[in-house]
Write a protein that binds this ligand. Structure first.
Ligand code: SF4
Ligand code: SF4
Length: 136
């Protein structure tokens, strides 16, 4: 079987484009966070109506706690063209998720999530251009 050729990304715009053609994580994992991030709390930014209360302290994005998760804020078709309609106000797990690990390899959870939706594995690395230049 032929493997997918390696793609090297070197800037955040390319990473955004990659995620906008995927969306698997937003349809696989339960996205939970401290309830104080919701608009029900002073300073909270995640619209409360897009969340579900999990327990006294934690909420999750609506739709991500089901057996067939899909975040209510995800628009578009998985694996083709998607976007987060809540991008500026998305909760901390979405902001903090590392698409690439410090060594430049893809977070293995990405391909685990993609596999759940029948999407092929990504063969991609992130190498900052300035790092390449420093080694020349
Ligand atoms: S699974 Fe990984 S590559 Fe796909 S949208 Fe999520 S972070 Fe991006
Ligand atoms: S809030 Fe946005 S980034 Fe976070 S899971 Fe939902 S669609 Fe994905």
């Amino acid at each position: 079987m032929q493997s997918t050729p390696l793609t090297v990304l070197s800037d955040t715009a390319a990473v955004e484009a990659l995620c906008q053609s995927c969306g698997a994580c937003c349809s696989t994992f339960r996205i939970s966070f401290y309830w104080g991030e919701t608009s029900a709390a002073p300073g909270g930014t995640v619209p409360m109506e897009m969340t579900e209360q999990l327990n006294l302290h934690r909420a999750c994005m609506k739709g991500t706690s089901s057996h067939t998760p899909r975040c209510v804020a995800l628009a578009g078709k998985l694996g083709e063209q998607v976007s987060c309609t809540l991008y500026q106000n998305r909760p901390s797990p979405c902001r903090e998720y590392e698409v690439f690990l410090p060594d430049g390899s893809l977070n293995p959870r990405c391909n685990q999530a993609r596999a759940k939706h029948g999407l092929g594995p990504l063969n991609v690395r992130f190498i900052e251009v300035r790092n390449i230049a420093r080694k020349l």
